[in-house]
Ligand binder design. Structure first.
Ligand code: F3S
Length: 752
């Protein structure tokens, strides 16, 4: 295990550290003395302190040292802007940025890409220059989708990766523990802080048997989603095992792990096997495959490993599935699908079929899909529905262009889109139906929530394997079952489609296609990061002010939020995504979805300085301009939802001091601390009811100390002042964050 094996073919100075991992694991083994699951082994071998770390599934918080960080272009902007404020010369852990989310599908790959490069120029220029400056690998627009690039280039068995995108678990197809996180977590790892994860639970999925015919790896996750539902994987890692795992291609396993995000799982993964070795070899990484073989014993579960829940699937009996509409866990086997479509009145005409995306654009997927299209063409027929293909990477595009599948898709009537997310993330200038018109589409993607693909809430979006997408596209109807039904050829003669056939790996090897990677230069000192001062999409972050060391007296309550206040209520997505890199502009969405107890309305609060009712961000800005600090009062589980750091940055930017609630969603609570805010909870939850929106607040910040409550004095508009005790979860280092104004200020201070 002493060998020096590089993590990938792009970086000369990053290595796979199986030796250190096995040492850490030995320490944890001697403490726990029980068989471990594979995911446990990966996590425990990446512990910051294997001797001292408390380890209890579902209870403790693990402090981990990931091997890598990856960011996509939408989330990378704020992550890098924050990293810049830490004042470090370069990232401390290997990091890559991938341009894939901002390319809109309109008329086809090359033209759409050109248009996107134009529209997003300032964002791409910023990311490219910042990556060069801070030693980050940069994958330019056109290179492909983050998860496909990670699988092709960076994933390795036993590694721990965090990525600022929910489908990061895709790398589980190469036996990597790959977890989707928020930008603030990525910044921690870039800056060499340990990364915290609540010790997960483990759901084992045992695969037996072997698939055949129309069944494909996608059907495994479609079935699992049906069993576990969109919430069933929350707080858990899904670990596949059993003899059936040996029958799947590495990319097929990637598909299954990818869509594990749809059941809320922390991640999903497969144990290292020969199929992974083959994929590593095909992607020019045999040295990694050989190294993994020497460590193979620890790249799978121990015998007798305990799972908190166990599911068994016999692949020989698994039917192809179609999931949806509107939710990825509504799973229907193909034999029941036509019936279900009738019973539920789903629009029977299939308007569009879409294949590709990060979920399903492997060589295997493309060759199988092309075999079905070819079968149709040989019978003189083409796609009845519109048909699009998004290759997951430039390498896949170039390889299927060389080997002929791309031409088959075009002959079949398909439009080949850019190597990017496109319609999967709503980057789709769809023209064939009007907004509000009910219609059906089917894709090989992973998510199908209302409006996700085309912004039309009446679009019934289904997800399935690329095979079924192509077959249904030929029939143009939701009632077609290729396993049992016939089609008519060009002469009106009936025929049945042959089951798909394809190759897991290209016989002639992969064609890398155009060079789309930008390595950081060796001499980075002269690189300057490009941010135009007049930009409305990007803004360099200014460090927040340090705490003034005083108690805060006579503060207004900006809003007393009632009921559910999620990160979507605090920092809405949709049209605001455009401003993710511009804190001042995106702050105009702060808390606009929260319900004000004073009037039961959203985005309407009273400005206590002049008595006028106005939008929440406007009132906050007015207080800030007058030098008035403010607080928010919130209900249970404030900040649940996503790990979006904007929800914590915005109140800080607009002059907030404390968020006082009955309870917090933990990630949001930590994010608030990182930005130098005070997340506080009522020691007596009933005190929430005693506070009225127009009360004034004194907060005894000078009392802040580990494990000690803080006093808040409430001055009602009419009536006697009273005291309330507030709890907090600050530890020593976090108190420093508050005192210095933020975690980044603290890092910058320590760095200088
Ligand atoms: Fe992109 Fe859709 Fe995957 S948005 S990263 S292709 S889930």
């Amino acid at each position: 295990l002493d060998k020096k094996v590089k993590q990938n073919n792009w970086e000369d100075n990053t290595f796979i550290n199986y030796k250190k991992m096995s040492e850490n694991l030995a320490i944890v083994r001697s403490r726990l003395n029980r068989p471990l699951t594979y995911a446990e082994k990966i996590l425990y071998s990446h512990l910051d302190d294997p001797h001292g770390q408390d380890i209890q599934r579902g209870v403790s918080y693990l402090k981990l040292r990931p091997d890598r960080v990856a960011c996509q272009d939408a989330t990378a902007q704020m992550a890098i802007l924050q990293f810049m404020s830490a004042g470090m010369p370069q990232v401390a852990n290997p990091t890559t940025v991938h341009c894939d989310h901002l390319i809109e599908a309109q008329i086809g790959g090359p033209k759409d890409l050109k248009r996107a490069i134009d529209i997003n120029k300032e964002v791409y220029d910023f990311l490219s220059s910042a990556c060069a400056k801070y030693d980050i690998g940069f994958w330019r627009p056109g290179s492909g989708i983050i998860h496909q690039i990670l699988l092709e280039n960076y994933a390795f068995p036993g590694g721990l990766l965090i990525g600022t995108d929910s489908h990061t678990p895709n790398a589980g197809g190469l036996g990597m523990c790959a977890i989707g996180v928020g930008g603030a977590d990525a910044v921690d790892v870039m800056a060499n802080l340990p990364w915290e994860l609540k010790a997960p639970k483990y759901i084992g999925v045992k695969l037996t048997g072997q698939m055949s015919g129309w069944t494909s790896p996608k059907d495994i996750i479609l079935k699992v989603a049906g069993i576990l539902t969109v919430k069933g994987g929350t707080g858990a890692i899904v670990e596949y095992h059993g003899p059936g795992t040996e029958t799947l291609s590495s990319t097929g396993m990637g598909t299954i792990c990818n869509m594990g995000a749809e059941i809320g799982a922390t991640t999903s993964l497969f144990p290292f096997n020969d199929r992974m070795y083959d994929y590593l070899a095909a992607t020019k990484r045999s040295a990694i495959g050989d190294f993994a073989r020497t460590y193979a014993k620890e790249l799978r579960e121990d015998q007798g490993a305990e799972y908190d829940q166990l599911i068994e699937i016999n692949l020989s009996e698994l039917e192809p599935h179609i999931n949806g509409p509107f939710t990825p866990d509504l799973a229907t086997p193909i034999s029941k699908f036509s019936e279900a479509a009738k019973a539920n009145n789903w629009p029977e005409e299939l308007k569009v079929g879409l294949i590709g995306s990060c979920t399903n654009s492997s060589y295997e997927d493309m060759t199988r899909a092309a075999s079905i299209a070819r079968d149709a063409l040989d019978h003189g027929i083409k796609a009845k529905s519109a048909f699009t293909v998004t290759p997951g990477s430039e390498q896949i595009r170039a390889t299927i262009a060389r080997d002929g599948q791309l031409q088959t898709f075009e002959e079949f009537g398909g439009m080949v889109l850019a190597n990017a997310c496109g319609p999967c993330i709503g980057q789709w200038d769809r023209q064939d139906v009007k907004k509000g018109e009910a219609n059906s589409i089917i894709s090989s993607y992973n998510r199908n929530f209302t409006g996700r693909n085309d912004g039309n809430p009446a679009t019934h979006s289904f997800v399935t394997s690329p095979d079924l997408v192509v077959a249904m596209t030929i029939a143009g109807s939701l009632h077609f079952n290729p396993l049992t039904d016939t089609l008519k050829d060009k002469d009106g003669k009936e025929f049945k489609l042959s089951p798909p056939s394809g190759d897991a790996l290209p016989n002639r090897g992969y064609d890398p296609g155009n060079d789309t990677y930008q390595a950081p230069p060796a001499d980075r000192s002269s690189v300057s990061v490009q941010v135009s001062p007049s930009s409305d999409r990007l803004q360099v972050l200014k460090p927040f002010n340090a705490w003034d060391g005083k108690d805060a007296l006579d503060m207004p309550i900006l809003i007393k939020a009632q009921g559910k206040t999620t990160t979507d209520h605090i920092s809405m997505a949709g049209p605001w995504l455009k401003y993710r890199g511009h804190l001042d502009n995106i702050s105009n969405n702060m808390l606009i979805g929260a319900i004000n107890e004073a009037n039961g309305e959203a985005n309407k609060v009273k400005n206590t300085t002049n008595g006028e009712w106005n939008a929440v961000p406007a009132v906050a800005r007015d207080y800030k301009s007058k030098g008035i600090k403010w607080v928010v009062i919130g209900d249970w589980n404030y900040g649940e939802g996503s790990s979006r750091e904007h929800a914590a940055l915005e109140p800080r930017h607009l002059g907030g001091l404390a968020i006082i609630t009955r309870s917090f969603a933990r990630i949001h609570e930590t994010n608030l601390k990182k930005q130098g805010m005070l997340p506080l909870t009522f020691a007596e939850p009933a005190d929430y009811d005693k506070i009225k929106p127009e009360d004034r607040i004194d907060l005894m910040c000078t009392e802040i100390a580990v494990g000690k409550p803080m006093t808040m004095k409430v001055h009602p508009k009419d009536g006697e002042a009273f005291e309330v005790k507030l709890n907090h979860t600050f530890n020593e280092p976090q108190i420093e964050w508050f005192k210095n104004g933020s975690a980044l200020n603290t890092m910058a201070k320590n760095a200088s």
